[in-house]
Design a binder for this molecule. Structure first.
Ligand SMILES: [Zn+2]
Ligand SMILES: [Zn+2]
Length: 223
């Protein structure tokens, strides 16, 4: 089951099945909120099976170094986004898709504590070894190393492939919108088609949401 953790800048997620996996770690300073969520679910931090990242932007990996140190959980990321995690800096964000993005850029571009990765997601692995019946799918576009985690119940966590609502998801969070930045928008559209083919039903995203996948498909791909 997926439990959203809503922070000031972004959402992280806990997946709790046989074991618990943390998907993204929020921005700098969100580690204690994650620890609190873990304890609310009766999970001891050192029992966390894995910290996996939808992509390498600072609002999603900002507390990873802190949590890796205290939990000892292995940290996983796609190799194409590793440079951001290990340098503590986002790659240059290209032309924003919406004006609103210019207001958010200073927050998104704040440097964060760099962190090593323990696992490079070189292929679309199954997460059974970490106690979760879920599959990693490569869904590049927002960044080259963006991934989606698809669970058996057809719910998926897809990072910033798109977002819900405006003002970072504060308004109309269930309304599908493109994210502000894409390293390759054409590729992002192909990735959404890939999720359609995989029969995703509900999409959990990095900002706002969750979204009905059919609504995402109709608004962002069919239109
Ligand atoms: Zn991002
Ligand atoms: Zn984000």
């Amino acid at each position: 089951m997926i439990f959203p953790l809503k922070f000031g800048l972004s959402n992280a997620y806990l997946i709790i099945e046989e074991r618990a996996i943390l998907v993204d770690t929020g921005a700098t300073g969100d580690a204690n909120r994650i620890r609190k969520a873990l304890s609310q679910h009766g999970i001891v931090e050192t029992d966390l099976a894995l910290i996996i990242h939808t992509h390498g932007h600072g609002d999603h990996v900002g507390s990873t170094a802190d949590l890796r140190r205290s939990s000892g959980a292995p940290v996983a990321i796609h190799p194409d986004d590793l440079d951001m995690l290990t340098s503590g800096r986002n790659r240059q964000l290209n032309t924003p898709t919406r004006l609103e993005a210019r207001l958010l850029a200073p927050f998104i571009n704040t440097p964060f504590a760099p962190c090593q990765a323990d696992i490079l997601l070189e292929s679309e692995v199954h997460l059974g070894d970490y106690g979760v019946d879920g599959q990693v799918l490569f869904t590049p576009g927002h960044t080259h190393g963006s991934i989606t985690i698809l669970l058996k119940n057809s719910e998926a966590i897809a990072g910033d492939i798109c977002m819900g609502g405006t003002l970072g998801g504060r308004l109309h969070p269930a309304e599908p919108e493109w994210h502000y930045y894409y390293e390759d928008l054409t590729q992002a559209k192909e990735s959404l088609q890939k999720l359609k083919n995989a029969k995703v039903r509900k999409l959990f995203v990095g900002h706002g949401g969750p979204l009905r996948f059919e609504a995402v498909y109709q608004k962002l791909l069919v239109k």
